[in-house]
Design a protein around this ligand. Structure first.
Ligand code: ASP
Ligand code: MG
Length: 467
């Protein structure tokens, strides 16, 4: 064969390999704590991930309750209460022994699982003997996801499903501002995937990551959704599936109103407003990576895999009001000043106070003599109040709730405001925010009126009457 043809074949095969690597279409499937919280549920997850032949990265949370227990252990250690910490660790170990007993049957694999438990519970014993630090706290919190993924991997081994466990600590990273960097994650993850070209199912931990110093860290409570979305963005996944135990995002809070319905499709913006303002199904930070890299997100139900769930894409699907959600523990601050009249720079000075104390503002309304803002963190309230008093009188109302009404182009829907205010007439409203985006109206009310308001809106906006 002439050298020309050899060169052609070489170029062609390199091209094909590059193409294969780049074009391997994968999806992300994330399962939360309740979906893996019981051995039987974990087996159902295995059935779900093997139901099709697609390549996928499966992201798991810790078994339900584990992270709460780990937080408790950490808190006890922080106050040097080793005796109660020991007790918590022992009962957690019992729970896991029992779990393994129900999950696995093959004696060799049971022994492997016992070694996994021994390794992690040995770590938890050692921490009782060393001094507590923030870095140690992060190591403790990481145990939950490390355990759930290792046990799940062993179960897959038992039922002979080829797969690979990818340690999230090898590719998830935070920058110096503790923000995840999709670019870096992309490069590191691609290397991991390329090392295993024949594997179709990868398993990894949600929530845990390394920080800029290389230490174990996490994406904050509920952060596994965020991991899933970051991975989906990094691999340009075909879809990011978030599996929970409810059939998608609902139009209202099912704990408060008796009839709710799932939303079939919504835009990233609508989902972000809803997730931020109270819909518990999705971690609010998890929207941006999927949105920025345009990966559709699907919220699905492990208990009813055939239910449509909710599809979140760039397109909203339909217009009008889609859902209402409420966020509690809100503090409203009103700053009144006659000096605001005809003055410029007043708002800047007010905002600078919040910036100084790293406290973000959710809602804002202004009048010529005053401004009201809401915050959801009271940590620096005394300091903020003191500094704001330099500008005028300051009134503070705690225990408020933001009720957010979300829908595509809600602001262009004729009659919307009349229907809204008709529905809630009789309920005192402290603030109204309208026009900040085209798909949101927010009302601030005292927490005590929240149930009444969500029920009134369910009837008035969705025709879902309680009676
Ligand atoms: N296990 C972590 C938590 O409970 C992360 C998650 O479940 O999303 O917060
Ligand atoms: Mg969750």
């Amino acid at each position: 064969m002439g050298s020309f043809w050899i060169a052609q074949i070489l170029v062609g095969s390199v091209y094909l390999r590059l193409r294969k690597n780049r074009c391997k279409i994968m999806k992300v499937m994330k399962f939360g704590g309740t979906s893996v919280g019981k051995p039987q549920r974990m087996k159902e997850v295995a059935a779900l991930i093997t139901a099709d032949n697609e390549s996928k990265i499966v992201v798991l949370s810790a078994l339900s309750g584990t992270t709460n227990t780990l937080v408790e252990i950490s808190n006890l250690l922080a106050v040097n209460d080793r005796q109660n910490a020991r007790q918590c660790i022992d009962s957690l170990e019992q729970h896991y022994n029992h779990f393994v007993g129900e999950l696995l049957t093959d004696i060799n694999i049971v022994q492997k699982a016992q070694r996994v438990l021994a390794e992690h519970f040995e770590f938890l014993s050692i921490i009782l003997k060393i001094s507590f630090s923030e870095a140690l706290n992060k190591d403790i919190l990481a145990q939950g996801e490390l355990l759930s993924t290792k046990l799940f991997s062993l179960y897959l081994e038992e039922i002979k499903v080829p797969h690979k466990l990818l340690p999230a600590l090898d590719f998830m990273t935070l920058d110096t501002h503790d923000e995840p960097q999709v670019g870096t994650i992309k490069v590191k993850l691609a290397q991991q995937l390329q090392r295993n070209p024949d594997i179709k199912i990868f398993i990894t931990q949600g929530f845990i990551t390394r920080n800029a110093k290389g230490e174990v860290d996490n994406l904050k409570r509920g952060g596994s959704d965020y991991t899933a979305s970051l991975i989906a963005a990094a691999i340009n996944a075909s879809v990011c599936e978030i599996w929970t135990d409810i059939d998608g995002m609902h139009n209202n809070d099912p704990r408060i109103v008796s009839i709710t319905r799932p939303i079939e499709q919504m835009s990233f913006e609508e989902a972000a407003e809803l997730a931020y303002f109270g819909a518990k199904i999705l971690h609010p930070a998890s929207i941006w990576p999927a949105q920025f890299y345009n990966v559709p997100v699907r919220l699905l139900n492990t208990m009813d895999a055939s239910a449509k769930g909710t599809l979140i894409t760039e397109q909203a699907g339909s217009t009008g009001v889609k859902a209402v959600a409420a966020k509690d523990y809100i503090t409203a601050i009103r700053i009144k000043s006659s000096r605001m009249l005809l003055a410029y720079g007043f708002l800047r000075k007010v905002f600078e106070v919040f910036e100084k104390y790293k406290t973000s503002i959710d809602m804002i309304t202004t009048s010529e003599v005053g401004v009201s803002v809401t915050i959801d963190s009271d940590i620096f309230l005394p300091e903020i109040r003191k500094e704001l008093e330099a500008f005028g009188t300051v009134e503070i109302d705690t225990n408020q709730s933001i009720v957010s009404i979300v829908g595509n182009e809600i602001n262009d829907t004729p009659d919307m405001m009349r229907r809204l205010f008709d529905a809630v007439s009789g309920i005192p409203v402290r603030m109204v925010s309208y026009g900040g985006s085209r798909h949101n109206v927010s009302l601030l009310i005292a927490r005590a009126y929240k149930e009444q308001m969500l029920q009134a809106l369910n009837a008035g906006l969705f025709g879902l009457d309680e009676s």
